[in-house]
Design a protein around this ligand. Structure first.
Ligand SMILES: CC(=O)[C@@H](O)[C@H](O)COP(=O)(O)O
Ligand SMILES: NCC(=O)COP(=O)(O)O
Length: 253
């Protein structure tokens, strides 16, 4: 039995919403529908430029999550930029520290924890989260040698950055090589007492293979592909409903 939790990242709902001033699609409504469908949690990554998730979204989702006990709110970001203010204000279940620059296109690397200066910057921020009762996960490349440092700075979990695996998935030999690497990194994390999360470019094609090969994955956070799939899987019902509206015009009100 696999107990991996699914946290749905709703960044991309906000990205579409932000192209008009109409409030649709609603980020909180999307999150609620995901929770109703059985998602174990909701993830957001409020970037400093607010290109998708904005500060009010973070607060409204926090209020929504209060009505869903047992489901987890995960806020991602760089704790040396805007993340910590959100963590102090809404105290989510989990904070995922990501080493993105302010204008990063999307997350594409983990923390360089071999560097003592990086560890020195993270340690007090990890401590503060833990004092606030917020679990800390560090976004990491799948390098087994770094896991000891993630434990040393006090993190509870690591989130393995899965884009290299996702990119290799279509090529069987490369996929196998990546799975071995991720399994090794996850095992090193577990050995160091850390929980293991995973995310970035996971999708319906590559997820099952990943979870079969990589031990002990507590949570996957999935956004881009899941929101794209939700659009496609919903087209038929949506077009049918618009046609119903048109057909109703032929009848008297
Ligand atoms: C931390 C991480 O892996 C992310 O996937 C991130 O949350 C995605 O951010 P964007 O949605 O801005 O690409
Ligand atoms: N932490 C990863 C995440 O939240 C979603 O990443 P993606 O599925 O949008 O690539």
């Amino acid at each position: 039995m696999n107990h991996t939790q699914l946290s749905v990242n709703v960044n991309k709902v906000a990205l579409v919403r932000n192209t008009r001033h109409l409030g649709i699609p609603s980020v909180t409504r999307a999150a609620e529908l995901c929770l109703q469908a059985g998602a174990h949690g909701i993830t957001v990554h409020p970037r400093p430029d607010e290109r998708h998730i904005r500060a009010p979204d973070v607060r409204e989702l926090a209020a929504l999550m209060q009505r869903w006990p047992g489901r987890e709110y995960n806020i991602e970001g760089n704790p040396t930029q805007n993340l910590m203010d959100f963590i102090r204000e809404v105290r989510p279940a989990q904070a995922t520290f990501v080493p993105d620059s302010e204008d990063q296109f999307t997350s594409d690397h983990g923390w360089t924890l071999g560097d003592a200066a990086v560890r020195g910057r993270l340690r007090p921020l990890v401590d503060e989260c833990r004092r606030l009762g917020v679990r800390v996960s560090l976004f990491m490349d799948p390098d087994p040698a770094l896991m000891v440092w993630a434990a040393e700075v006090g993190a509870d979990r690591v989130e393995l950055y899965t884009e290299p695996y996702a990119a290799a998935w279509g090529q069987p030999a490369a996929r196998q090589q990546q799975l071995i690497a991720y399994a090794g990194a996850a095992q090193a994390a577990l050995t160091n007492g850390l929980g293991v999360n995973a995310g970035h470019d996971l999708n319906r094609d590559n997820l099952t293979d990943f979870l079969r090969a990589v031990p002990g994955v507590a949570e996957v956070s999935i956004g881009h592909a899941l929101i794209a799939d939700a659009l496609e899987l919903g087209y038929a019902a949506t077009v049918r409903d618009y046609l119903r509206c048109i057909n109703e015009a032929d009848r008297q009100p």
